[in-house]
Write a protein that binds this ligand. Structure first.
Ligand SMILES: [Zn+2]
Ligand SMILES: [Zn+2]
Length: 176
């Protein structure tokens, strides 16, 4: 996906978090380890049970924003998420590309996670509209996505779900 026009690649972290399996036995640590790009070098990913619970609550808030079906509801939930953020942006080129990080590099993993997720999601909503976030329409899938299509027409989290649904609809028509 091309996030250049979306203000922030950090929205990807938010979407991934909402879709992650954060089971209590190390699910969060696995998630963090797979997303080291958004954390300062040396950040410890061994979170307390209480912090892991807060991370799961953040994930639920991201999902709630995507599920909201009016601008007012999106803003309510987005502001609830932003209230958890402790932004202190800084510019970096750690991967060779100039970009912004949103959390203090010396803050704990939970603070970096919540701040980056809240800021990334907010950037997309305020710059491109609340309809840009959605939940997959495919049967048996409830993954959250950000719609980067030109005309904001996306309904599925992935091409896999889109083609699976097309096939299912075709079969349903054949039967009737
Ligand atoms: Zn970075
Ligand atoms: Zn899907």
């Amino acid at each position: 996906m091309d996030y250049d026009t979306y203000g922030s690649g950090a929205v990807e972290l938010a979407i991934d978090l909402a879709n992650a399996d954060l089971d209590p036995s190390g699910g969060l640590e696995t998630f963090l380890t797979a997303h080291t790009e958004w954390f300062a070098e040396g950040t410890s990913f061994a979170l307390s049970a209480s912090d892991a619970g807060k991370a799961a609550a953040t994930a639920r808030l991201v999902r709630a924003v995507a599920l909201a079906d009016s601008q007012d509801a999106v803003l309510d939930r987005l502001n609830e998420l932003l209230a958890l953020a402790r932004p202190r942006p800084y510019a970096t080129a750690h991967d060779g590309e100039l970009h912004l990080h949103y959390a203090r590099p010396d803050s704990p993993a939970l603070e970096q996670l919540t701040t980056t997720v809240a800021m990334g999601l907010s950037q997309v909503v305020v710059q491109h509209g609340w309809q840009r976030l959605g939940v997959c329409s495919a049967e048996g899938c409830d993954d959250v996505y950000v719609d980067t299509s030109r005309n904001a027409s996306r309904r599925y989290c992935s091409n896999t779900c889109a083609s699976r649904s097309t096939v299912a609809a075709y079969r349903a028509r054949q039967k009737t």
